[in-house]
Design a protein around this ligand. Structure first.
Ligand SMILES: NC(=O)c1ccc[n+]([C@@H]2O[C@H](COP(=O)([O-])OP(=O)(O)OC[C@H]3O[C@@H](n4cnc5c(N)ncnc54)[C@H](OP(=O)(O)O)[C@@H]3O)[C@@H](O)[C@H]2O)c1
Length: 142
């Protein structure tokens, strides 16, 4: 999926429709939050959008991403503020495509990066395979 919520996309670097007034205003800011469909990433997306930022997010599961974008577009204060791309950040070609999406949506300007996606294996390091190690490095550091 390229991206949903073309409304927000077409706003370029202008902020979303959130409140965003006062000391913590993010109005006029652009943000990329990886892994925004659940958990901490979702909370960060919603907070930044509510503060007025234009936010782009990603996840691997297209259905989840579409559902979340629709939910946000139906929420007062977040409507039109968030766009998204399907992307597995452990894959270089998908990361590069994500950054192209972000550049296109925000006119080449990114103020905030929240590199939320990260992973780990709950086993002793000595039991890591070469594939485990490569996956961790690709997801967490590349
Ligand atoms: N929760 C905690 O107690 C805790 C504690 C310490 C650190 N952390 C770190 O905080 C971050 C978020 O944790 P969380 O508990 O909020 O996670 P979560 O609830 O499992 O949510 C992870 C989010 O990232 C997306 N995601 C996962 N792998 C991805 C990938 N390879 N490419 C793109 N999107 C991906 C998921 O969507 P898809 O599955 O659809 O891709 C989902 O939107 C992680 O880096 C985690 O290690 C969490």
């Amino acid at each position: 999926m390229a991206a949903a919520s073309e409304d927000a996309a077409s706003k370029g670097s202008s902020a979303g429709s959130g409140g965003g007034r006062g000391r913590w205003s993010q109005r006029g800011m652009t943000a990329l939050v990886t892994g925004g469909t659940r958990g901490i990433g979702r909370a960060v997306v919603e907070e930044l959008a509510a503060l007025g930022a234009a936010v782009h997010t990603c996840s691997r599961n297209e259905a989840d991403l579409r559902a979340r974008l629709a939910e946000w577009d139906a929420t007062d204060g977040l409507r039109g503020a968030v766009t998204g791309s399907v992307c597995d950040v452990s894959a270089r070609d998908q990361r590069e495509r994500l950054l192209r999406d972000v550049a296109a949506r925000f006119g080449g300007r990114l103020d905030i990066l929240v590199n939320n996606v990260g992973t780990n294996f709950t086993k002793p390091t000595t039991e890591y395979t070469a594939e485990d190690y490569s996956f961790l490095m690709a997801t967490n550091l590349e």
